[in-house]
Ligand binder design. Structure first.
Ligand code: ADP
Ligand code: MG
Length: 455
């Protein structure tokens, strides 16, 4: 049977008195005020009143105490540890703080799971690779996150699909959850907002509940706002939500694949609100930035990918960074299953199918030139050649514009393909954008081309 600590300590005292002839004064002054806190194997922790007494005990009675404990506990490996009341209290406080922190983390995880389950905790500002094409969007997101409603309100981020808009929204949320746990933050896609509104209108849920969910917030992030196009009732609700928050000095962030001036069939009041804070674009990354992003992604998947393979990926996956995740997972799976290290020849072999598939699914610059040359009856060679007659120029402008909008290519990259200076390409794109704005007929023409090419 295990003896209680009191009984053990009494045994120690008895030993000191009976065998080592300690006198009462010593026992009462130095030994008795102590208490056994714990015994773990041979390690006995004793609680002392304060530092002075501990020093005295250590100096004068340490050896005797060890001897007494050896006898009492019937083991040879006795070690003594002395801890003062003050230290014990500090330790307990530390433990409480640790428990509090654990609880905070558990609460945060629960809150995340309940309120923001879609927010990927890995999408942080640290994991966002910054280059010239996305720096402004990154920095303004950081500003909005750290100084809500002070600089850009609303903040409106726009850019083609797969270039990190949602990543930045999640980064804002992840930082707020961490640094401002008191903040009420809501992330919603425009589609979900629409569905919730429909539910509340069709009385499946209480309309007041819907309103209070979106109007009593500190921070609202609405993703893919382009889905508002043509939805009158949703726009109305979004407008009032916006006004309610904005007028109370709350930060709102929108993400869209179009800039406000390109959004059609949206209430003018909303468009003017969208444009009133800061409208920031994300441009397609150049090869160097793509390579850096791919490197970071590979690291986050715990895959070691050599630089030549990263370059190969960066050169072949151009339009949508999202595709990289599939490529990295494929490489990882092959190297795990086949036990083969990831190398350039291995990646080429393994990914050729994957990239071909991505290629087939996507339009590419060659497909665009081919299609436009057929549609407008000009030769493919002329589009990239020197001819300057109106029909060829028109076809060339449209090709440049489509490479820009559908493939997210940089002006320089388009210039290389069309054999033009990048400033000429910029002019071509402006020319088409302008005509889309001014001619309804031309606009429909372009829409039909994009549809045909997209399928
Ligand atoms: P969008 O919302 O603009 O369509 P996402 O934010 O969903 O694009 O980004 C697509 C993928 O690309 C995500 O996995 C995201 O983490 C990644 N990504 C995009 N840009 C970057 C970047 N600059 N640094 C790191 N990852 C990025
Ligand atoms: Mg997105």
């Amino acid at each position: 049977m295990r003896l209680s600590n009191e009984i053990i300590f009494q045994g120690v005292i008895d030993y000191l008195v009976e065998e080592l002839e300690y006198i009462d004064v010593t026992i009462n002054l130095w030994i008795k005020p102590m208490k056994i806190l714990s015994i773990e194997d041979g390690l006995v922790t004793l609680l002392c009143e304060h530092d002075f007494k501990r020093n005295q005990v250590l100096r004068s009675y340490h050896g005797d105490l060890i001897e007494a404990f050896k006898i009492e506990l019937e083991r040879d490996d006795i070690e003594l540890d002395f801890i003062t009341k003050e230290e014990l209290e500090a330790k307990e406080k530390e433990k409480q703080a640790e428990e509090l922190e654990k609880k905070r983390e558990a609460d945060l995880a629960a809150r995340r799971a309940e309120e923001l389950p879609m927010v990927n905790p890995a999408y942080t500002f640290e994991n966002f690779v910054v280059g010239s094409s996305n720096r402004v969007a990154y920095e303004t997101s950081l500003l909005a996150c750290r100084n809500p409603a002070e600089y850009y309100n609303p903040l409106f981020l726009y850019g083609p699909s797969g270039l990190g808009k949602t990543h930045l929204l999640f980064a804002i949320i992840n930082e707020i959850l961490d640094k401002r746990p008191d903040f009420k933050v809501v992330y919603i896609t425009c589609e979900e907002f629409t569905n919730l509104l429909i539910d509340s209108i069709s009385k499946k849920t209480d309309p007041m509940e819907f309103r209070s969910k979106f109007r009593n917030l500190d921070f609202l992030l609405v993703d893919d706002i382009q889905f508002l196009m043509g939805k009158k009732a949703v726009q109305e609700e979004m407008f009032h939500t916006f006004e309610a928050l904005f007028n109370r000095g709350k930060q709102i962030v929108f993400a869209s694949d179009k800039q406000p001036s390109e959004l059609e069939n949206i209430d003018k009041r909303l468009i003017s609100r969208f444009s009133a804070g800061g409208v920031m674009d994300i441009q397609p990354p150049d090869t160097e930035l793509r390579q850096a992003i791919f490197k970071r992604k590979a690291e986050s998947y715990g895959v070691d990918i050599p630089n030549d393979v990263l370059l190969y990926l960066a050169e072949n996956i151009r339009t949508n960074i999202r595709q990289i995740e599939g490529a990295i997972k494929t490489l990882k799976a092959y190297s795990l299953i086949g036990g083969e290290e990831i190398s350039f020849p291995m990646a080429k072999r393994v990914l050729s199918e994957y990239l071909k598939k991505a290629e087939e699914d996507n339009v590419n610059s060659e497909k665009i030139i081919k299609y436009i040359s057929m549609r407008y009856g000009v030769k493919m060679d002329d589009i990239t050649g020197a001819k300057r007659d109106a029909a060829v120029k028109n076809a060339r402008h449209i090709c440049a514009y489509l490479m820009r909008t559908m493939l997210n290519m940089t002006f320089k990259e388009i210039g290389t393909i069309l054999k033009r200076h990048h400033s000429t390409i910029m002019d071509s794109c402006d020319n088409v954008t302008e005509r889309i704005k001014t001619s309804e007929k031309f606009k429909r023409e372009m829409e039909s081309i994009e549809r045909e090419l997209g399928n």
